[in-house]
Design a protein around this ligand. Structure first.
Ligand code: KG4
Ligand code: ZN
Length: 340
């Protein structure tokens, strides 16, 4: 089965062609991503109206490129997938309208994919991972721990009570004048810093349950910066490294709790899967890798290009649903909010 997919829920316009063979193995035939970074940079964050217009300007040509790269014609497709939410609603409209139009014109099934489900199932595309597994989803808009028991079978063990972790990275980068987008900038700056230089809190660490909180950490970074006599590149590096270490500590602590819960529920120690844009962070990956090893299981982290937003993950989630005989009506309404 072959699916064409589009992703337009935030500031990346993306299209991909993905195939699933008879044994359930996936392969990405093409995966094109156009970042709107430069359009949003002057504003220090994503401007929804600019994002929607930019998706509209570029999506058609990206779809054509995805088909060309895959050397696949519309005649060979078995379905058309689009992110149906959650996300910036203008962009989600552009993506779903485009996919619906192709599906209607070609008489193909339309698949409205939950963006989070795309992140959640990526490890099955890249590693052929079997159910169940524990998912740590960490992105700009989301931060949660989920037991993934099957396609459409998700149990949330915990999540952030305030900011998402990617948001905390982005806000910290702003506080430290490191620019936008924040995550990669903080990681880069932290390489030259001492993670123990500045004492920062570990919100929620040691508490029962699997919830997160990051707003206190952000406030602590602001106060630490204000208290510094001189704020130079070394000070920024030390603060970035200290912040990153605090985040890694908190996430590892929460994952430790979640793994205990997961084992009680499923009788398996793992595996632990990390997905979402923040999963690109190498310090975090190393930390979770060690945690998994300690717990007698393994960490599965998709390649970086499939961790940040892309359409291949949407295509794969669409294929998983299509293989179960599932699809969506053409009057599907885009959803700004859509919990897993
Ligand atoms: O999954 P994603 O591409 O988009 C959302 O669905 O949100 O995640 C984007 C988020 C941003 O907050 C970005 O700062 C963060 O992921 N991010 C990182 C890194 N690369 C991207 N955070 C920490 N370290 C990184 N290397
Ligand atoms: Zn995402």
């Amino acid at each position: 089965m072959i699916v064409l997919a589009v992703e337009t829920s935030c500031d990346e316009t993306a299209a991909a062609v993905v195939v699933r063979d008879g044994e359930g193995r996936g392969r990405v035939l093409s995966n094109v991503v156009l970042s709107q970074l430069e359009e949003h940079r002057p504003f220090g964050g994503v401007v929804p109206e600019i994002a929607a217009r930019s998706h509209l300007d570029h999506l058609d040509s990206l779809v054509q490129r995805a088909l060309d790269d895959a050397e696949v014609g519309l005649d060979s497709l078995d379905g058309i997938a689009a992110t149906g939410g959650p996300g910036l609603i203008g962009g989600v409209f552009v993506g779903t309208m485009t996919a619906k139009a192709i599906a209607a014109a070609r008489g193909l099934p339309f698949l409205a994919v939950n963006h989070l489900e795309g992140h959640a199932l990526t490890a099955r595309l890249t590693e052929g991972l079997a159910f169940p597994y524990l998912l740590l989803l960490v992105s700009g808009g989301h931060c949660q721990l989920v037991e993934v028991a099957g396609v459409g079978r998700y149990r949330r063990l915990g999540g952030t009570v305030d900011d998402a972790v990617g948001e905390a990275f982005d806000k910290t980068a702003k506080l430290l004048d490191l620019g936008y987008p924040g995550g990669p900038a903080v990681e880069q700056a932290a390489r030259a810093g001492d993670p123990q230089a500045i004492k920062l809190p570990r919100p929620m660490a040691g508490k029962p349950g699997c919830d997160f909180s990051f707003s206190g950490l952000k406030t602590a970074v602001r106060q630490a910066r204000q208290q510094m006599a001189a704020f130079d590149a070394q000070a920024a590096a030390d603060l970035a490294a200290s912040f990153q270490a605090a985040v890694a500590d908190v996430l590892a602590d929460r994952c430790r709790h979640a793994l205990t819960q997961f084992e009680a529920d499923t009788g398996q120690p793992g595996p632990l899967v990390v997905a979402g844009g923040v999963a690109a962070n190498q310090v975090l990956r190393a930390r979770l890798h060690n945690l998994a090893a300690e717990r007698g299981t393994r960490l599965v982290a998709p390649p970086l290009a499939l961790c940040t937003d892309n359409a291949a993950m949407i295509g794969w989630a669409g294929l998983e649903r299509l293989a179960l005989g599932l699809s969506d009506p053409l009057d599907f309404a885009p959803r700004p909010r859509w919990p897993l």
